[in-house]
Design a binder for this molecule. Structure first.
Ligand SMILES: *Cc1c(COP(=O)(O)O)cnc(C)c1O
Length: 433
């Protein structure tokens, strides 16, 4: 399998090159030259297959010969070594819980897969690779956890001081080892600007081999297909009706794009719902065919406060830029903060089920669709653990949330960070030392 750049001005590359490079030099996103079709045998027998077998079959054509089968199977097994249960709230609607991983969000899947692939690819290099990443919260934690102790890889994370939640800060700063947190006395935009400048600085690039771990990397995008197959497997065990609708809380549109890729590969999903908060530029696009220039609005589902969804170009590519076909499969809903809180309260009252704000957006978007299409059934992705958003959730349902046992050790760890001004020269001297 080769990958081309969506801007079509860079050479095609292998999976290995695409993983190491992250983004193509023409600033396009890497995209597979063809969409492999899943074996009919796999779909017919999916309830009898292990998740490891399913994930391996799904990812193998994308990886090709760049990793041996034996090692790939091991990487896949480590990537998905936590539960991803489908919890039915009623006959018509289920929650796919993707928050049981080490940082309590679905980003763990992509980050764990990418870190292991990158570790594999740099093993026979003499030099270490430095993963440089700016985070507003969730990404940094998933990257820190995913890359922890991966040999040959150093991770440097920039985060805005005082602007991430206490749990998120511990996830960034308490790992130690090959993970270094730089606490920037500025905003997320400052962090991102410093990181971008570092990638174009000759002196730094002579001294260090830099790469990014952001969500456009193919090694983070492609493994996100796995849990759509796991969802289908669990669905098929319970439901004879296979006309499935899937609602995905969306920001950069990487997660839903992986689902659409799985669908184009043959996974029987009828429609996808892009569940958005007030930053609903895609909703506008699907209605009008044009992009609106806007600034991001801060919402309760803050991981989705995105107005330039970087992965959307891949969705267009998946549909060969055919707008009518795209609109047939993809529907968008915009959910306000008031609706989000009301949904958290309603669902707790009705089912004693606790949603986080992102999952609440997904749930309500799905249910708005089901109201209009009563013969459909569907599931939504619960992308983060409610305990990551204690204020919104606890105040709404009046129940205090328990931190899951398996992440308590991180909260007990000691915060270690290097305080830095939002000044590129300081980052530069740090990286050159
Ligand atoms: C990142 C994130 C999203 C948005 O996912 P995209 O792939 O950017 O669309 C949704 N929910 C949570 C909790 C996230 O961390």
């Amino acid at each position: 399998m080769k990958y081309f750049s969506t801007n079509k001005k860079s050479p095609v590359v292998t999976f290995k090159e695409a993983t190491i490079l992250g983004q193509a030099s023409d600033k396009g996103l890497y995209f597979p030259e063809y969409i492999p079709q899943v074996d009919k045998h796999l779909l017919d027998n999916i309830v009898h297959l292990s998740n490891e077998e399913i994930a391996f079959s799904v990812i193998k054509p994308y990886v090709g010969e760049t990793i041996t089968d034996e090692r790939l199977f091991q990487i896949v097994s480590e990537t998905i070594n936590f539960p991803m249960p489908l919890v039915f709230l009623n006959e018509q609607c289920a929650s796919l819980e993707l928050f049981h991983g080490p940082t309590l969000a679905f980003k763990d899947v992509g980050a764990r897969f990418m870190s292991r692939c990158l570790g594999e690819f740099v093993r026979d290099k003499n030099e270490n690779v430095t993963v440089l990443v700016a985070t507003s919260g969730d990404t940094g934690g998933a990257v820190a956890s995913g890359f922890y102790n991966v040999e040959g890889v150093e991770v440097v994370i920039l985060y805005p001081s005082g602007k991430v939640s206490p749990v998120q800060e511990k996830q960034l700063t308490a790992m130690g080892g090959n993970i270094q947190a730089l606490e920037i006395s500025g905003t997320f935009d400052d962090c991102q600007r410093m990181v971008k400048q570092a990638f174009t600085d000759n002196e730094i690039n002579q001294k260090r081999f830099l790469t990014s771990a952001n969500s456009i990397n193919v090694a983070r995008w492609l493994p996100q297909q796995f849990y759509y197959f796991f969802a289908y497997k669990q669905w098929a065990q319970k439901q004879s009706e296979k006309k499935l609708v899937v609602s995905v809380p969306s920001g950069n549109f990487g997660n839903i794009c992986a689902g659409l890729l799985a669908m184009q590969s043959g996974l029987p999903i009828n429609k996808f719902i892009a569940a958005c908060n007030a930053n609903d530029v895609v909703n506008h696009y699907l209605k009008t065919g044009t992009w609106e220039e806007r600034s991001a609005i801060a919402t309760l589902s803050n991981a989705m406060d995105v107005v330039h969804p970087s992965n959307f170009v891949r969705i267009l590519e998946l549909f060969h830029h055919q707008f009518p076909q795209l609109k047939e499969k993809l529907i968008a809903y915009s959910i306000s903060d008031e609706e989000t809180l009301k949904t958290i309260a309603d669902v707790y009252e009705k089912y004693k089920y606790i949603l986080d704000p992102h999952g609440a957006v997904g749930y309500l978007a799905l249910n708005k669709f089901l109201e209009k299409n009563p013969d459909s059934k569907g599931l939504f992705l619960e992308t983060a653990h409610p305990v990551k958003f204690p204020d919104a959730v606890q105040n709404t349902i009046g129940v205090s949330l328990e931190v899951p046992e398996h992440i308590k050790y991180i909260l007990d760890g000691e915060k270690k960070s290097i305080l830095m001004k939002p000044d590129f020269d300081q980052l530069k001297s740090y990286l050159l030392q």
